[in-house]
Every structure is written in C-alpha cells, then in structure tokens.
Design a protein around this ligand. Structure first.
Ligand code: AR6
Length: 178
C-alpha cells in the first residue's frame, strides 16, 4: 500500500490540501451534508463559481466531476462530483461511484494539483452502504495510483467512527499484502 493514501477523521473543510472533493448533487447549487458544510465554510464565492459552471455546462450527472475555485477554504480548488443514489445495487451504482472517484482524480491531476481530500461519497443522504462504498473508494484510488504518479497525497476524510474503521481496515489489509 502506498504511503500516499491516509485516513483522517473530522471535518474536510478544515484541511490544508490543494483540492477538496465535494459530494454534490447534479444541480451543483449546494445541499446538506458535506456539500452544505463546504459551501458554508467557503462562503458565497463558491456558489457563484458553481452557478457559472452550471450556466456553461448544465447539470452534473452522476459519476461526473467539475472543478471550481475554493472561496474562503484553505484549499486551492473544490472538485464537485456527484455520486449515485443507492437504489439496491442494480442501477450501476458501483460503476458510477468508481467514476466519481476516478474522474475527480483525473481532474485534480489535469489541473496540476498534487494533494486531494475525499469524503465518503454517496454514503450519507444518497444511502450507499458504507462498507461497499469504502471498498470502491480504496480500490479505485489505489488502482489509479499504480498507473499515475503525479498525485502525492490522498486523504480519505471520514466523519463517523464506523467509516473511519472501515477505511483503516481496508488500508491495513492492502499494506499487509506481499
Ligand atoms: N466533512 C467530512 N465528511 C462529512 C462532513 C464534513 N464536514 N459532513 C458530512 N460528512 P452526504 P451523499 C460525511 O450526505 O451521500 C447533499 O445534500 C457524511 O457523514 O454529505 O453523497 C448533496 O447536495 C457521509 O459519510 O453526501 C446531495 O444532494 C459523507 O460525508 C447529497 O447530499 C457523504 O454524505 C449527496 O449525498
């Protein structure tokens, strides 16, 4: 397991990283959960930036990602990605969640950023089972890092104990592999 991936517990908005990933909705105009927290911490400049992207590109479908400035956050940019709503698992949710992580990584790298923090996308309001989502997050990111070497540090920022333990266990298992 690369030391490039770390688990933290707490509020993603406080991190000093290049990019914070937001678990947004297709409107890009804010919401509850981590989206609400990011918009509150970033201030109105973030909403303005999101409105501009929306005017240019329309809604952001599940699995896609867009990048904006970060307002008052310490981060330099926010990547807004839309995870899938959990509908039982037969509606391409796993593929869409993978896409959300991978497209966010690609967008960060394409913009020259090297440190990025992810929340546990889709595991709140969108109802994705936490253990299954954590596996997809860890597998997608570690797979990406074996093929791309520009990103230097990736943080999984977990809000609750259960999610933190799930990620810690998965990363420890990977570290134990020969
Ligand atoms: N820092 C880190 N993680 C957080 C924070 C925070 N400040 N706040 C919540 N979480 P959710 P979703 C965790 O619901 O499931 C919004 O209304 C939370 O505990 O924010 O992708 C959007 O506008 C959970 O583990 O995102 C969409 O409509 C994780 O972040 C919808 O919710 C994701 O929970 C997206 O739903």
């Amino acid at each position: 397991m690369q030391p490039r991936v770390q688990v933290l517990q707490g509020d993603i908005t406080t991190l000093d990283v290049d990019v914070i990933v937001n678990a947004a909705n297709p409107s890009l105009l804010g919401g509850g959960g981590v989206d609400g927290a990011i918009h509150r911490a970033a201030g109105p400049a973030l909403l303005e930036a999101c409105k501009q992207v929306r005017q240019q590109q329309g809604e952001c479908p599940p699995g896609h990602a867009v990048i904006t400035t970060a307002g008052n956050l310490r981060a330099k940019a926010v990547i807004h990605t839309v995870g899938p709503v959990w509908r039982g698992g037969d509606e391409h949710e796993a593929r869409l969640l993978e896409d959300a992580y991978r497209n966010s990584l690609q967008l960060a790298e394409a913009n020259g950023y090297t440190t990025i923090a992810f929340p546990a996308i889709s595991t709140g309001v969108y109802g994705y089972p936490k253990a299954a989502a954590a596996e997809i997050a860890v597998n997608t990111i570690t797979d990406y890092l074996t093929r791309h070497h520009h990103l230097q540090q990736i943080y999984f920022v977990c809000y609750d104990d259960e999610t933190t333990h799930l990620y810690q266990r998965l990363l420890t298992q990977l570290g134990d592999e020969p």
